[in-house]
Design a protein around this ligand. Structure first.
Ligand SMILES: Cc1cc2nc3c(=O)[nH]c(=O)nc-3n(C[C@H](O)[C@H](O)[C@H](O)COP(=O)(O)OP(=O)(O)OC[C@H]3O[C@@H](n4cnc5c(N)ncnc54)[C@H](O)[C@@H]3O)c2cc1C
Length: 387
């Protein structure tokens, strides 16, 4: 065996190997935790080594080490309300579409499965908006990106660091018409775990979910509130008070490679990096906004050109990496693997998510946090003014 399967749990699941294989002998298949890993048909494999050569975990994609750092907000507040942080992704994407370009990013399909898709019109962009805290399926997407690039269209590809690196090693050359945005990433839970959770939430609400927003701003503005909806009934609560969400926030359910992530540092792989500007209240108190603030790292000249083009659509100030990293550890190192990760997926697919969650994803609610989250938003605003 001289192929991609030697990576074992070091694989990030970008599926670049499946898409590059000239013999089509690699398929991404779910393991017992519900993550996709490559499986090679050894009878067809000719050991050409393409999968290894184009793997982002083995071959390094070009990186930048000295980003320009900004705190920014998209001036369109209605749009930003639907985004995760300060809504920066949308003006970047609109700028590409206005040039007749094409935007690739993560959307839910009709069954709430997170998948990378291509978007060609502004009214479809909302599908890419907001973070889906689960690993997105990128099968087949790099092939689509390459064919759009070859046709000469402007292309924006957005995703986690490993997905952007996967695209770059898949392409193995730069394209002037390609802009990449990587998002700062804490780690990703398995698609199968998310599916079980969504089914369970649907049952709890009395009908299958039609939408699930991890970062709904309806109740408490820019925070960690989810909203699950089935068209008739909805449930919204703080992420730390939910089994799936709190396990995500406490880094319990990530893909094994996330704990060794080589993209969780200052050497960014995208032209632009986007994140929540956590800690803005301390770093730049005058810039805080309860509708959200984005952290923007401009890593390359291409990224800089894009930002210059959209600057009049933003409120933006300069910041610096050290300030931005204080409350955002994934800018410095990968998430730490807790010991409970060894067995966290045991029995997750037993058919009874509630029982599984009670034993494996049990969480304690800190009474102080509970009280803090019960304070009405109006009172919170008043207290903030007094500070
Ligand atoms: C799994 C995950 C973990 C994250 N962890 C952190 C963190 O620890 N710290 C931090 O500051 N920010 C983190 N983020 C990034 C943050 O939540 C926002 O995505 C970022 O601030 C951009 O927000 P926005 O308001 O500009 O636009 P939004 O409209 O919210 O951004 C949407 C963008 O996110 C991409 N996206 C959404 N879900 C996924 C996904 N599952 N996989 C790949 N791409 C996706 C879309 O393609 C699109 O480009 C994480 C995001 C994800 C998906």
């Amino acid at each position: 065996m001289n192929n991609i399967m030697q990576l074992g749990k070091g694989c990030c699941g970008c599926s670049g190997c499946e898409q590059i294989c000239p013999k089509n002998c690699i398929s991404m298949q779910k393991d017992n935790e519900g993550f996709f890993y490559p499986v090679v048909d050894e009878d067809v494999c000719v050991d050409c080594g393409a999968c290894v050569k184009h793997c982002p975990m083995i071959t390094d994609a070009p990186r930048c080490s000295e980003p320009k750092v900004y705190a920014a907000k998209y001036k369109d507040r209605e749009s930003t309300f639907k985004s995760t942080s300060g809504g920066l992704f949308i003006p970047i994407a609109k700028n590409i579409l206005s040039d007749g370009g094409i935007v690739f990013g993560c959307a839910y399909d009709e069954n709430l499965v997170a998948k990378h898709i291509a978007v060609e019109s502004e009214n479809e962009l909302c599908r890419l908006q907001s973070s889906k805290y689960v690993q997105s399926d990128t099968r087949g997407i790099y092939e689509q990106v390459k064919s759009a690039l070859k046709s000469g269209r402007q292309v924006l590809f957005s995703g986690t660091g490993c997905q952007v690196a996967g695209l770059k090693t898949y392409l193995s050359r730069d394209y002037d018409n390609l802009l990449t945005v990587d998002i700062v990433c804490h780690g990703v839970p398995s698609p199968e775990l998310f599916k079980n959770y969504i089914d369970y939430m649907g049952k709890k609400l009395g009908g299958s979910l039609t939408s699930y927003n991890f970062r709904s701003k309806e109740k408490r503005g820019w925070d960690l509130y989810y909203k699950a909806d089935n068209g008739k009934k909805s449930k919204s609560d703080y992420g730390f008070f939910d089994s799936y969400y709190s396990a995500f926030l406490y880094c319990k359910t990530y893909r094994e490679s996330c704990y060794e992530c080589k993209f969780a540092n200052k050497n960014r792989v995208g032209d632009i990096t986007l994140a929540d500007y956590w800690g803005i209240q301390k770093a730049h108190p005058e810039f805080y906004d309860e509708n959200g603030v984005s952290l923007v790292l401009v890593n390359t000249e291409k990224g800089n050109k894009c930002l210059t083009k959209i600057k009049d659509k933003l409120d933006i100030i300069e910041s610096d990496y050290d300030k931005a990293s204080v409350m955002n550890s994934n800018l410095v190192h990968p998430s730490k693997r807790p010991s409970c990760r060894d067995s966290i997926y045991d029995g997750f697919d037993c058919g009874n998510f509630e029982t599984y969650a009670k034993t494996k994803l049990a969480f304690k609610i800190n009474p102080k946090t509970k009280i803090k989250k019960m304070i009405p938003l109006g009172v919170k605003r008043f207290l903030r003014k007094l500070r």
